[in-house]
Design a protein around this ligand. Structure first.
Ligand code: GDP
Ligand code: MG
Length: 222
């Protein structure tokens, strides 16, 4: 007999979170609210892309934004300027949002009048990939200046998302970024992923991205 018990705490944290996430997804489905979890490194363009997306879709659907950050409210101010309903969530040092925190955020935002809620997760490519937030779909942004090796370094993130936006495509001539190599690396990890090159600055690719989102929101809320 073993001298002592070994508890796999991390596994039980994940199991519990997965259950909460499934329950949240059921609630969202019932309430006809689509939830997108948007992840990326800091500075890859989440907030800029959100503001662009709101500009394109705000007259077609009721959008609500959850801004998660360790301790600032810069992004909520940027989104509030568009007139969209937004809530700032402070994680108090936590590097990701789990399903329970997301649920609290949605309660704080109020989703009765929201067709499409978007969560700007905390900026990093590690922890957010490990926690199911209960979102209907997961998206990530990789920006050109970050380099084309990121799918090799952070494979989990690239393998769990439904759509990858390759942002700052306007700057591709200034960086050593092999777009085709990235597509190949990502497809190897995640054959069903949708990849859309965009520029949140110039608007390139934003219509294709908006169309992806339109279709997903419609399918969810039917
Ligand atoms: N050149 C270029 N800069 C961008 C683009 N999207 C965002 N940026 C800039 O990148 C910086 C970080 O963007 P932000 O949206 O705050 O990134 P976040 O930290 O992921 O939310 C800002 O200075 C943006 O103006 C883009 O498509 N092209
Ligand atoms: Mg931001």
């Amino acid at each position: 007999m073993d001298e002592f018990k070994i508890l796999k705490i991390k596994e039980s944290v994940f199991e519990n979170n997965d259950k909460q996430a499934d329950l949240l997804r059921e609630d969202l489905k019932r309430d006809k609210t689509f939830l997108l979890n948007l992840m990326s490194s800091p500075g890859s363009g989440k907030t800029t892309t959100l503001v662009r997306t709101i500009e394109v879709l705000k007259d077609e659907m009721r959008i609500g934004i959850l801004e998660a950050d360790i301790d600032s409210d810069v992004d909520a101010h940027a989104v509030a300027k568009t007139g969209t309903k937004v809530i700032q969530l402070h994680t108090g040092g936590m590097c990701h949002l789990d399903a329970d925190m997301t649920k609290q955020g949605l309660l704080g935002l109020g989703t009765k009048d929201i067709d499409c809620a978007i969560l700007e997760n905390v900026g990093n490519l590690v922890c957010p990939a490990e926690f199911d937030t209960g979102a209907s779909k997961n998206a990530m942004i990789l920006s050109i200046p970050e380099g084309d090796d990121k799918p090799l370094k952070y494979p989990l993130m690239f393998s769990i998302v439904d759509v990858l936006l390759i942002n700052k495509i306007d700057a591709i001539d200034y960086f050593d970024f092999d777009l085709e190599a990235v597509k190949e690396r990502v497809k190897k990890l995640n054959p069903n992923i949708k990849i859309i090159p965009i520029s949140a600055r110039t608007g390139e690719g934003i219509e294709e991205w908006a169309q992806w989102l339109r279709t997903e929101v419609k399918n969810w809320n039917e």
